[in-house]
Write a protein that binds this ligand. Structure first.
Ligand code: UN1
Length: 491
């Protein structure tokens, strides 16, 4: 079995403790590789390497930094098939989505490589003669990146791409369920020509590795994607040290279907939104809010389509839904299914762990639908699994009220043919993303991504905003008058 060390200063090295851990396929239980388990001391070494590499990396012109990212994207393009399989083997999403994860990483790197030729600042006239004003963007320094397991290629690239193109060096902690994807990504960056020390990877548990990253005084910016509970902890620790923090956390994303909607389109949308990636996207549809007039029709169509979904080996391209990512996730999801039943929600399909034959080697849960009442825990808390709650409403106003009455605000969707209501929904849905006549998942990388309320802290990844988390703006005044000019005082 292949064993990976920590990646520090361009070298694969064992952890200080010598301890290791393994990663397994959630579909088959097969052990895929072993990894060094880092601790606080290892993070210290990684930060030291990142600090040492800072000046040289920062002095490399930004377009050249972009070229390295572009090269990495082209390596990934060439190896997309294999990398997609790797994502599927380690994380468990179906193969079309495994390749989609890799494609999203490629898209992001290609998009952000161009940022090396932009990194725009502003120029503006001065209030004084012969004086010039502008802003320039500068890297923060060393960035700490903490990433989840559900998009093991795409989400790390959302963070690595902008951090690197802006001239930061990085200490990266991937999720412990998908370190093989992370190690592969690092080797691709190395092959693309990234100099030693620019990206350093420390695998290991959130505590101590994540905590040490967040608390290290030489790390100036922390970017985190994960649960609200962990994000709150990151924020608390990092704010005490006055760091720049980007947080991207949970969702309880609604799809509203009004009475005039194209119902076949709405059914296909919710199937993809709720059960794609087995519901393990922060943008997954977990609430279907239906107008009472089309409720029965939608429910019937949806249940029959859901029952036809094939669950099994995610490497088999005829399969619709793969396993959930770990035993712990499985427990949590089955726990919510129990809660739904106890709360009196009506289970209309699914609800069970699949057992027997090959299912016994993995973590397979049936796509599950509840008829629920708004206010039940299953309608308010993030489940992160293939569990959908359907809620009946009287009209558009009630639909929006229900949609907004949760602590999250990441993605949202409305199906309607009424242009006025579609535009009102854009105004009124409390979410960072609103889709019209499309599911809640599938954001494109050249647009900002992030949420409101407890989903985040205002940071937006990807798109033109991607570099905000990783740059400081410097304001520059150049006086070429040859005399002392005094702003606000000279007449
Ligand atoms: C996430 O689940 O953390 O829009 C990111 C989407 C994906 C990104 C999801 N492109 O569903």
């Amino acid at each position: 079995m292949k064993e990976y060390g920590l990646y520090i200063d361009g070298q694969w090295v064992p952890s200080t403790s010598g301890r290791t851990f393994q990663t397994r396929s959630p579909a088959t239980g097969e052990v895929l590789a072993a990894f060094a388990e880092g601790d606080r001391e290892d993070v210290g070494k990684a930060v030291k390497a990142a600090s040492k590499a800072r000046l040289k990396w920062r002095l490399l012109p930004a377009p050249k930094r972009g070229e390295i990212l572009l090269k990495a994207a082209s390596i990934m393009r060439r190896r997309k098939e294999d990398l997609g399989k790797l994502v599927t083997r380690e994380m468990g999403k179906v193969i079309s989505e495994g390749k989609g994860d890799v494609q999203e990483a490629i898209d992001l790197l290609e998009y952000i490589a161009g940022e090396g030729r932009r990194l725009f600042g502003e120029t503006t006239p001065s209030e004084l003669p012969r004086k010039f004003c502008m802003t320039v963007r500068q890297p923060v320094g060393v960035a700490g990146l903490i990433t989840p397991w559900n998009f093991p290629f795409a989400v790390p690239c959302w963070k690595l791409g902008p951090a690197l193109v802006a001239g930061n060096t990085v200490v990266y902690k991937p999720a412990s369920l998908t370190p093989l994807c992370a190690a592969t990504l690092v080797t691709i960056l190395e092959e693309a020509g990234l100099p030693p020390g620019v990206v350093n990877m420390v695998t290991g548990p959130a505590d101590p590795v994540g905590v040490a990253i967040v608390e290290h005084p030489e790390i100036g910016a922390v970017s985190f994607t994960g649960s609200v509970a962990s994000g709150r902890d990151v924020y608390r620790r990092a704010s005490a040290l006055l760091k720049k923090v980007g947080l991207e956390m949970g969702g309880k994303n609604p799809q509203i279907v009004l009475e005039d909607a194209d119902l076949s389109l709405a059914v296909e949308g919710v199937l993809f939104g709720a059960f794609g990636t087995a519901g393990q996207r922060c943008t997954a549809t977990s609430r279907l809010i239906l107008h009472e007039k089309i409720y029965d029709d939608m429910l019937q169509r949806l249940v029959s389509r859901t029952k036809s979904l094939k669950i099994g080996d995610p490497l088999d391209s005829s399969i619709d839904v793969g396993p959930v990512c770990s035993g712990e996730q499985e427990e949590k999801i089955l726990g919510y299914i129990r809660i739904g039943k106890e709360e009196g929600a009506k289970l209309v399909t699914g609800g069970a762990k699949l057992e027997g034959g090959a299912y016994d080697n993995g973590f397979f849960i049936e796509p599950t639908i509840f008829e629920a009442v708004h206010g039940m825990r299953i309608t308010k808390e993030e489940i992160f699994g293939p569990v959908l709650s359907i809620i009946k409403v009287r009209d558009y106003e009630e639909a929006v009220r229900v949609a907004n009455d949760v602590e999250y605000g990441l993605s949202s969707s409305i199906y309607t043919a009424d242009l006025n209501l579609a535009f009102r929904a854009i105004d009124e849905l409390e979410a960072g993303i609103t889709y019209i006549n499309a599911p809640t998942i599938g954001a494109e990388v050249h647009l900002p991504f992030g949420g409101v309320k407890h989903t985040g802290n205002g940071a937006r990844e990807a798109g033109s905003t991607a570099i905000e988390e990783f740059t400081e703006i410097k304001t520059v005044f150049i006086d070429y008058s040859g005399s002392l000019q005094k702003a606000q005082i000279d007449e």
